[in-house]
Design a protein around this ligand. Structure first.
Ligand code: 2BA
Length: 109
């Protein structure tokens, strides 16, 4: 058995959950926060048999889109002048970041 941990954007999470549950997959949705942007994202835990890993990843690829996000950072001159000049920087946030890990044991009680 494998555990797929998929970090996706909030905007894609509802559609992806629907497709996965309709496909008979069991999913747990966690509300998470990205360490870099400090913005909300969604992490899905999907426990599957090894043969189903590629199908789940294909569903994630179908639904999750790469988007550009603008963040505001302090100017690099701030430390020398003491004046902070915020400026916008465009960051590309991936459609999904996916980890596939081995499950030693799955127990359902
Ligand atoms: P965040 O950490 O908020 O990162 C959002 C986006 O900011 C990233 O998109 C990347 O384009 C950029 N970014 C992140 N760290 C950066 C840095 N040190 N310098 C420059 N740009 C940086 P993604 O790479 O698609 O990541 C989207 C979200 O997936 C991340 O949100 C984080 O929550 C999660 N993630 C990505 N890689 C991860 C990893 N190796 N371990 C755990 N979580 C990860």
């Amino acid at each position: 058995m494998k555990l797929i941990i998929a970090i996706v954007q909030d905007d894609d999470a509802t559609d992806l959950l629907e497709i996965l549950t309709e496909g008979g997959f069991r999913v747990t949705k966690l509300a998470t926060t990205g360490g870099f942007l400090r913005a909300g994202n969604t992490t899905l835990l999907i426990g599957v048999e090894e043969d189903d890993v590629d199908e789940v990843i294909a569903h994630i690829e179908d639904v999750c889109k790469t988007r550009n996000q603008i963040i505001t950072t302090p100017s690099s001159v701030a430390s020398s002048t003491g004046v902070y000049m915020p400026y916008p920087v465009e960051v590309e946030v991936g459609g999904a970041n996916i980890f596939v890990v081995d499950v030693d044991k799955f127990v359902k009680i």
